[in-house]
Design a protein around this ligand. Structure first.
Ligand code: ATP
Ligand code: MG
Length: 138
């Protein structure tokens, strides 16, 4: 069993896509074991995306992530990190495979609807960044 962190980003919450994303998670056996709505502060967004702090898009990315509420979730299942990345599609929606969440709903390389952890170490860091153990169901 593996866990990963999912975020429905502010662009998707604003556009009424929470249900659409959650439906796809449920249909693909990406089990939700924790879920809440948050509105990140700038410091919180910067800490979350600290790996990207030297990138030219860091300032814009962290502004986007605080532009409205987001939904953070913990997903659990076999090989869930890779399976959820596959369901999301490539970072750039124009390169994402047909039928993926980003291909269908993203409007921009930055405003790409969802986030998913990319490895088990980053998943552990990202889950503990938003959830304590009492907030994750067994
Ligand atoms: P995420 O970490 O959000 O799941 P990812 O792992 O597919 O996405 P990363 O390379 O980690 O992609 O980039 C983090 C986020 O930064 C992207 O999801 C996107 O919102 C934004 N981003 C990435 N590359 C660019 C870019 N070239 N220009 C603008 N924004 C970008
Ligand atoms: Mg990433």
């Amino acid at each position: 069993m593996e866990r990963t962190l999912s975020i429905i980003k502010p662009d998707a919450v604003k556009r009424g896509l929470i249900g659409e994303v959650v439906k796809r998670l449920e249909q693909n056996q990406l089990n939700i074991v924790a879920m809440k709505m948050i509105h990140m502060t700038k410091d919180q967004a910067k800490g979350f995306y600290a790996v990207h702090q030297e990138r030219p898009f860091f300032e814009s990315l962290t502004d986007f992530m605080i532009s409205g509420p987001a939904v953070v979730m913990v997903l659990e299942g076999d090989n869930v990190i890779a399976r959820y990345r596959e369901l999301m599609g490539a970072t750039n929606y124009e390169e994402a495979a047909e039928g993926t969440i980003r291909r269908e709903f993203a409007t921009d390389i930055e405003k790409n609807v969802v986030h998913g952890s990319d490895a088990s170490e980053t998943a552990a860091f990202e889950i503990s960044y938003f959830f304590n153990s009492f907030e994750i169901v067994n």
